[in-house]
Design a protein around this ligand. Sequence first.
Ligand code: MG
Ligand code: MG
Ligand code: MG
Length: 308
Amino acid sequence: MPVYVVGHKSPDTDSVCAAIAYAYLKKQLGMDAVPARQGDLNPETAFVLDKFGFEAPEVVTDGAGKQVILVDHSDKSQSLDNIDQAEIVEVVDHHKIGDITTPNPIFFLAAPVGCTCTVIKVLYDYYGVEIPKNIAGIMLCAILSDTVIFKSATKTDKDVEVAKALAEIAGVEDMEALGMDMFKAKSDVAGKPPRDLIFRDFKDFDMSGKKVGIGQIEVVDLSLLDDVKDALYEEMKKVKEEGGRHSIFLMLTDIMKEGTELLCVTDEPAVVEKAFGKKLEGKSVWLDGVMSRKKQVVPPLQKAFAEI
Ligand code: MG
Ligand code: MG
Ligand code: MG
């Protein structure tokens, strides 16, 4: 029986590339590991896989009866459907510890670094397995994506060190240029249905018993979203109602200005001011310097929801 290595729902570049890279490592170590993804590739990930010559991993959405290794998440709400009926064999991650549990001891490695692929590089070194050139390429891209080309608050010195080593292996001379090409691909928002844009990079959280959805669209210039912003807001209202959510937030992140316009649809507008110290101005609030969901948006919201 294969062991599926799979990242979170609405897969991003790290979730897909970490699955490929870790499945390859586990295969070298003798496990029948197969990379998988939970949904469509975003345009950035499609660009990355194409550039380094990879096919998209197979789609797996149901964990029932399967053996799985989780990468880039450990929250049930972001994991496979019926994850309780799967056997979780390992977890490799770089987020807060989620709510999955296991009946047996497992290998669980999470580190507070910028990217799952940074952790995976450390594991390649630990096991003394050589990283193929094309795998080094996609691991590097995952780090550039997750750390927003080293500009995000989630970036650590370890990420930079590992990225340099991977660039060397992959033969990438200009990491910044590669990163900009990726974010240009990711900025392809024109003409896309608002719903697709909302769910391109979307995570649900349990905050003090309330279901809170937080999406993110990262672009090289926020004006790219001017035409679609109102439609996004209307669609967010529907998504909120359908999913029985208390709130839904959409981060419109400008990676050049290094800030985020946070679109908010919530039953409790006061939670926004409590979390970010700024009042909602109409539909949104501008958060200067905020680029990371997990480090700059989730923790203050979680705290605000606990207090309100
Ligand atoms: Mg991710
Ligand atoms: Mg990640
Ligand atoms: Mg991200």
